[in-house]
Design a binder for this molecule. Structure first.
Ligand code: ZN
Length: 401
């Protein structure tokens, strides 16, 4: 791909020569016949590599017509690339080990190394990096080396679909070395397609000369049949992850039911808050007629929560957290009598209301700690806290509920 260098770019020049200048055919000293200029980006900046090409001066020599290039040329870059290996590796490493996006790579190349590349160019080189990496990963010699000390193999297969409607990538991994062996994109999960992939896995195992101890996959029919055919007698275990995921579905359904029930019981937050704010407004008004405090809460002039307020919720049929509402109301009402602490108590009530609202709206949590269980735990904590506070004010009376 041609790279257009801005006018006036200054290049760092590297001259390369053929190491052995004697002709491989007749042994004569070869002459420089041409120069090949290669302009590219390295981490040192714009670089010009000047390759001095040589050929045998003897027109009758067997090597006639052959031009020889400096061996070191390929250690800097590949022909016609606009990047040196150093930039190429920098890109590949950051893309695949650090998961940087293309635009992030482009910005960082420009900011830190003053290397200007388009998104297209970066994408193109990342594609080449992947190709090289895949070739290296699948190199039989390297694989044999990696598996030299392994007695037996555990193979897995699964299909990944990056986007709905796209082809599915079937990945075969080996678990003792935690290595992806290969991946095949298949348009359908038809048995014969999948079978081909399993056959490929068998060929890999045979080439390594290692026995397969077990297979692992989900329960997809095509996997089960193809593995049974190609690996007769080898244990095939179903994937724990898939099992747990399937199990999670009914659990989460039940959990969400429980959430609905809890939400229906814990109601009236807004009414409590309105009441606190209303009472606060009235207290602020200069000596207006005494606030309309419900008679049950006038028991004491202190800030102590009236004893009459707490038993009341016990009569409620909804039970559980309805008590929270009533207790909060009672606290708010009782303190309205005392302007000095009124604000503070109101704050506490509003704080409880905000906490409970947060709990009711929280939908975090996965199958191992489902949202409903989290909600129930959190509401219980609020309830404990309320009872603790009420108990403390009443001089440690046991909770009537
Ligand atoms: Zn020669």
């Amino acid at each position: 791909m041609a790279y257009r260098w801005p006018a006036g770019t200054t290049f760092k020049r590297i001259d390369l020569d053929v190491q052995d200048r004697s002709c491989p055919a007749c042994g004569r000293d070869m002459h420089v016949c041409d120069h090949r200029y290669h302009h590219l980006w390295t981490l040192q900046g714009p670089t010009q590599v000047v390759n001095r090409l040589v050929r045998c001066p003897d027109a009758s020599c067997e090597s006639r017509g052959c031009t020889f290039s400096p061996e070191a040329e390929l250690s800097i870059s590949m022909p016609r690339w606009c990047l040196g290996w150093d930039v190429f590796c920098w890109l590949g490493h950051r893309r695949f080990a650090r998961h940087w996006s293309v635009s992030q790579l482009r910005a960082e190349l420009q900011d830190t190394h003053q290397i200007r590349l388009s998104d297209d160019a970066i994408t193109h080189y990342i594609g080449r990096y992947q190709t090289m990496l895949a070739a290296r990963q699948q190199d039989p010699e390297r694989l044999a080396e990696a598996y030299r000390d392994i007695a037996s193999l555990v193979l897995t297969i699964d299909g990944l679909q990056p986007e709905k409607g796209h082809e599915t990538l079937y990945v075969v991994r080996e678990l003792t070395r935690k290595r992806v062996w290969f991946a095949e994109p298949l348009l359908s999960s038809a048995e014969q397609e999948v079978h081909r992939v399993i056959v490929l896995a068998r060929q890999w195992a045979e080439r390594l000369g290692k026995p397969v101890r077990a297979w692992m996959s989900d329960k997809q029919d095509a996997f089960v049949k193809a593995i049974a055919t190609e690996f007769p007698g080898i244990p095939h275990r179903y994937c724990q992850n898939h099992f747990v995921r399937d199990l999670a579905k009914p659990v989460l359904d039940m959990d969400s039911q429980a959430k609905v029930t809890m939400r229906s019981k814990v109601r009236g937050l807004r009414a409590i808050e309105r009441r606190v704010l209303e009472e606060r407004r009235q207290a602020m008004a200069p000596k207006s007629p005494p606030p309309l405090a419900p008679p049950k809460s006038v028991a004491t002039p202190t800030t102590t929560a009236p004893a009459s307020a707490t038993p009341e919720p016990c009569t409620s049929s909804a039970g559980g957290l309805v008590q929270t509402d009533s207790a909060l109301e009672a606290t708010g009402v009782a303190t309205a009598e005392e302007p000095a602490v009124e604000d503070e108590a109101g704050e506490v009530v509003l704080g409880y209301c905000a906490a409970v609202r947060g709990i009711l709206n929280d939908s975090q949590g996965g199958p191992l700690h489902p949202p409903g269980v989290r909600m129930s735990e959190a509401l219980q904590e609020v309830r404990d806290s309320l009872e603790h506070n009420l108990g403390a004010k009443k001089g440690g009376l046991p909770s009537p509920c």
